[in-house]
Design a protein around this ligand. Structure first.
Ligand code: BTN
Length: 268
């Protein structure tokens, strides 16, 4: 059985009937980029594209996403007809956290959706969208999970900052089972986004890092911010109490925990 058929089969055994196209070729530049062009050509909602390896995997904030064999590289196409879609990255984070928990790994979510174990990253999510005059046309949720990639193969700097499901549970979980768990949980939380959006924020908060009230640095497109993590708001934005006073609502950025003695940034 090929990988796509195995995934469809695993989903069916979980009671999830996957009617949309599901493909899993050996190698692609980036599953999200290829699915994006399918979205523009009218591919249906819930089309899924995975790859064994990616040659041009992309992460958040313009970073590259190393994609050797042993990882899950999955993109799924959504066409939400509801608001607020801003919660989708959080919903995807909860889905990934629950999938990891099913496989025996408890992760903490760092806003918006980095999945960490003991501060080391085990999964990341890249959510990209396009809208037209009629509203959102498509959203691609790209999920990368380090199922069993040897951290040492990723170079010293990245290697130190990452872990894998394999390392955490002591045996390699199946990549198809990981994909099925992510997709099944994503379906549940996507439905919740429409009917019970507050439940998504609550579920995200429950699985989030325990740094609330702690000092952080947030890198945004407008510059660096320093302050204390206050909360997330009902639309999924991060609320930061700035060191210089006032509360800032952050829609996109990269959060890093600071120790109290870390020096302030030069030039912001
Ligand atoms: C992050 O920076 O944390 C997000 C990483 C997202 C990586 C996934 S792998 C599947 C999909 N294809 C890509 O090129 N990126 C996403």
């Amino acid at each position: 059985m090929d990988r796509a058929a195995a995934l469809r089969d695993t989903l069916a055994r979980r009671g999830v009937d996957w009617a949309a196209p599901l493909e899993w070729p050996e190698s692609l530049p980036s599953t999200s980029d290829v699915l994006k062009s399918r979205a523009r050509d009218g591919a249906p909602e819930w089309s899924v594209l995975c790859a064994v390896t990616q040659t041009g995997g992309r992460g958040r904030e313009g970073r590259a996403w190393a994609s050797p064999p042993g990882g899950l590289y999955l993109s799924v196409l959504l066409r939400p007809q509801f608001q607020p879609v801003g919660l989708l990255p959080l919903a995807a984070g909860v889905a990934v956290a629950e999938a990891a928990a099913e496989l025996g790994v408890e992760v903490e979510l760092k806003w918006p959706n980095d999945a960490l174990v003991g501060g080391r990253k085990v999964a990341g999510i890249l959510t990209e969208s396009s809208s037209g005059r009629a509203g959102i046309d498509w959203v691609i949720v790209g999920v990368g999970v380090n199922v069993a990639v040897d951290a040492s193969s990723l170079g010293t700097e990245v290697g130190r900052a990452v872990t894998s499901l394999h390392l955490e549970v002591g045996r390699p979980p199946s990549i198809e089972a990981t994909a099925a768990a992510v997709l099944a949980r994503l379906r549940v939380w996507y439905d919740a986004l429409e009917s019970r959006p507050a439940s998504v924020v609550d579920a995200w908060r429950e699985r989030s890092v325990s740094w609330w009230g702690g000092l952080v640095q947030v890198r945004t497109a407008q510059g660096l911010l320093r302050g204390r993590l206050h909360d997330v708001d009902p639309a999924g934005a991060l609320l930061l109490d700035l060191e210089e006073g006032g509360r800032r609502r952050v829609l996109s950025g990269e959060v890093r925990q600071l120790r109290p003695l870390d020096p302030p940034p030069e030039g912001g």
